[in-house]
Design a protein around this ligand. Structure first.
Ligand code: PLP
Length: 273
């Protein structure tokens, strides 16, 4: 596997970043996961915009987006794959222990992985931990994912593939790596970005293409919604057939099935929507 590091392609086996890279030691890094179809990235411009926003939010140097584009193209060309995921990681770089930030410029790594086929529907759990809708990192796609790792492990223990968080005022927020939508009386709703969720790219496209409304939702909406679905780069639109103990028979319901169809049609027609 060829990856991009230090301005060029390298073998993933021998590529090395410093053990003092601040992305590793203090989580001072940001990332994007981009779906690729037949060697072409989906919604790359939106991902690069968010990468730049996350860098600004974290106070990292501005990533050179032309280099990131070139890196993505080079990695895709070097590793042909029908369906894949580009992982763009950008950190503060390395410096001596105790330094505030890397002293050797930022680190950019672009790598490619496969995407396991995801089922059309999945089970989710809710977790008691909260997203902070007013935190310094709210809305930034940082590499500080430890809380998500813990929540996802709990989901897996319960036969689910995703864990959903509320925020500090008890509103529904998002999953560890996805946004959440509910259907009430035929209308689609999703929590607003102000709930503390990541401004998911799939979420934005699903809102645009299905006419979903951004609405503050209490956590218990999950116990009465007619349908529930998730969106993310790796899930696209995925129906939910169980929330905690509650089964949702007939999944995907008609509104979710239509949202899945609309999403697939638009996404196939435009790789950089
Ligand atoms: N929320 C979180 C915390 C995420 O990490 C992700 C994706 O990684 C999402 C939502 C979904 O965002 P996107 O649709 O851009 O993949």
């Amino acid at each position: 596997m060829k990856i991009w590091l230090d301005g060029g392609l390298q073998d993933s086996e021998s590529a090395r970043v410093s053990v003092f890279d601040h992305g590793l030691t203090v989580g001072d890094g940001i990332f994007e996961t981009v779906k690729t179809v037949d060697g072409r990235p989906f919604a790359l411009t939106r991902h690069l915009d968010r990468l730049a926003r996350s860098a600004r939010g974290l106070g990292l140097p501005e990533p050179d987006l032309d280099e990131v584009r070139r890196a993505c193209a080079a990695v895709l060309e070097a590793n042909p794959m029908p369906l894949g995921r580009l992982r763009i990681t950008f950190t503060g770089g390395h410096g001596p222990l105790g330094s505030d930030r890397g002293e050797h410029g930022p680190t950019l790594v672009v790598a490619l992985g496969g995407t396991p086929r995801r089922p059309d529907s999945t089970a989710v759990i809710t977790v008691p931990w909260t997203r902070n809708e007013r935190g310094a990192l709210t809305g930034l796609k940082t590499t500080s994912y430890a809380e998500n790792v813990v929540a996802l492990a709990r989901a897996r223990e319960q036969g689910a593939s995703e864990a959903l968080f509320g925020n500090t005022v008890g509103r529904l927020c998002e999953g560890t790596g996805s946004n959440v939508f509910v259907v009430l009386d035929g209308e689609i709703h999703t929590p607003p970005v102000a709930s503390g969720c990541l401004a998911g790219i799939t979420r934005a496209l699903a809102v645009k293409w299905t006419g979903a409304t951004e609405t503050d939702l209490p956590m218990d909406v999950l116990q009465r919604a007619d349908e529930v679905f998730l969106t993310s780069t790796l899930r696209d639109v995925q129906a939910v057939h169980r929330v905690d103990e509650r089964e949702l028979p007939g999944t995907p319901g008609p509104v979710t099935a239509k949202a899945m169809r609309i999403f697939d049609e638009h996404a196939a027609a435009d790789l950089d929507p």
